[in-house]
Design a protein around this ligand. Structure first.
Ligand SMILES: NC(=O)c1ccc[n+]([C@@H]2O[C@H](COP(=O)([O-])OP(=O)(O)OC[C@H]3O[C@@H](n4cnc5c(N)ncnc54)[C@H](OP(=O)(O)O)[C@@H]3O)[C@@H](O)[C@H]2O)c1
Length: 313
C-alpha cells in the first residue's frame, strides 16, 4: 500500500462542495494516519484552503492539476489509492480524471448527477475497470447515496426480518433553500448538449439485459400531483428523481446479475411530499416542474438563464 504518497486525494477541493468535503475530512479523519491531499487547478486557492483547515487537518498535501491536463492528472492519479472528486460539471472536468484513474489502477468516486455522462462511462470503461479491479463510483453525493443505500437497506431489512424480497420502495423528499451555482452549471451543460430526452429514459443506466419495455412501464416518472394513500399526503415530482431512480434501478439490475434481485418485479420511485389537505403546493411544484421541462428545450434557454443563475463556486 505504501508505495503511493497518499491514501486519498480530494480533487476540486476549492469549490463550494469541495471546501465542505475538505473541512469534513479535516475533522473526521477516523482512519489512523490517513495520508491525504487536496487538489485542484489553482495553487494559491489550495494554499489558502490548507491554511483555513488548520492544524486539526494534520499534514495535508497539495496537488495542482487542471482538468484538461492529462499529464498532471496521470501524476495525481498515480500518487494515491483513491481519488474523490467534486470538480464539476463532470462531463467537462471529470472525463480525463476518470481515464487517468483507470490507467493508474486508482479507485475513483465523485458527486456527479450527470446521468448521460455516466452512461457513456459505463459503455466505455465498465468492462475495463472490472477486469482491472478498479472501482469507479459516481453519484456519491446527496444524489444518490440516500436513495441508493436507503433502498438497499430497506430491501436487506425486509429480507432479514420477513425472509422475503421487496416489490416496491418509494422515496419521499422534502426540501427548502435554493440551488447552488455548480449544480445549475451542470444542468445547463446537459441542456446545451441536447441531453434532455436521454434524461427521461427511466432505465438509462441499466445494463442491456435489464432494459425491457415491461421494466420501463413498471417505473414511470411521476408528472402530476398525486394523493399517496400509504402516508395520506399529497405528492409531486421530485426534481432529483430523474437521477436517483436511475441509480437505484441500476443497483437492482446489477444485484440481480451478481447476487439476487431486490424482489420480484421490483419498482423504485421518488416524489416530494406535502402535508396539506388541499393540493396547493403539490400542484404548484408539479406545474413548475412541467413548465421548466418544456421551456428548457426552447432554443436559447440557457443563454438567458446562465446570467440570472447563481455563479459556480
Ligand atoms: N450529488 C450531489 O448531491 C451534488 C451536490 C452538490 C453539487 N454537485 C455537483 O458537484 C459539482 C460541483 O458543484 P459545486 O457547487 O461544488 O461547484 P463549484 O463550486 O463551481 O466547484 C467546481 C470545482 O471545479 C473546479 N474546476 C473548474 N474548472 C476546473 C479546471 N479547468 N480544472 C480543474 N478544476 C476545475 C473548480 O476549481 P476553482 O475552485 O479553482 O474554481 C471548483 O473546485 C457540480 O457538477 C454539481 O452538479 C452534486
Amino acid at each position: 500500500m505504501s508505495e503511493r504518497s497518499y491514501d486519498l486525494v480530494l480533487y476540486g477541493a476549492t469549490g463550494f462542495t469541495g471546501r465542505q468535503a475538505a473541512h469534513y475530512l479535516a475533522t473526521h479523519r477516523d482512519v489512523q494516519g490517513l495520508r491525504w491531499a487536496i487538489a485542484g487547478r489553482d495553487t494559491n486557492r489550495l494554499e489558502q484552503l490548507r491554511q483555513n483547515l488548520g492544524e486539526q487537518a494534520g499534514p495535508v498535501g497539495i496537488l495542482v492539476a487542471d482538468s484538461q491536463d492529462p499529464e498532471a492528472l496521470s501524476q495525481l492519479a498515480a500518487s494515491t489509492h483513491v481519488v474523490i472528486s467534486t470538480a464539476g460539471p463532470f462531463a467537462k472536468h471529470g472525463e480525463q480524471l476518470v481515464q487517468a484513474c483507470l490507467q493508474a489502477g486508482t479507485d475513483y468516486a465523485d458527486i456527479t448527477g450527470e446521468t448521460p455522462w455516466v452512461r457513456s462511462l459505463i459503455d466505455r470503461f465498465h468492462e475495463q475497470a472490472a477486469a482491472k479491479g478498479v472501482r469507479l463510483v459516481p453519484f456519491c453525493g446527496f444524489d444518490s447515496i440516500p436513495s441508493d443505500l436507503g433502498a438497499l437497506l430497506v430491501v436487506d431489512y425486509i429480507r432479514q426480518e420477513y425472509g422475503q424480497g421487496t416489490r416496491r420502495v418509494k422515496g419521499y423528499f422534502n426540501a427548502f433553500g435554493g440551488f447552488n451555482g455548480g449544480t445549475l452549471a451542470s444542468l445547463f451543460d446537459m441542456i446545451d448538449a441536447g441531453q434532455m430526452d436521454i434524461l427521461n429514459d427511466p432505465l438509462l443506466l441499466n445494463p442491456p439485459e435489464a432494459r425491457s419495455a415491461a421494466e420501463a412501464t413498471r417505473n414511470p416518472d411521476q408528472a402530476f400531483p398525486e394523493l399517496d394513500m400509504d402516508f395520506k399526503v399529497w405528492t409531486s415530482p421530485f426534481f432529483m428523481a430523474p437521477v436517483n431512480t436511475r441509480v437505484v434501478r441500476r443497483s437492482h439490475a446489477l444485484a440481480s446479475s451478481y447476487q439476487q434481485p431486490y424482489g420480484p418485479d421490483f419498482r423504485y420511485s421518488e416524489c416530494m411530499y406535502f402535508d396539506e389537505w388541499v393540493p396547493l403546493q403539490s400542484t404548484a411544484v408539479s406545474a413548475a416542474t412541467g413548465l421548466l421541462h418544456t421551456v428548457a428545450q426552447l432554443p436559447g434557454f440557457t443563454q438567458w438563464m446562465r446570467p440570472l443563475a447563481p455563479s459556480p463556486g
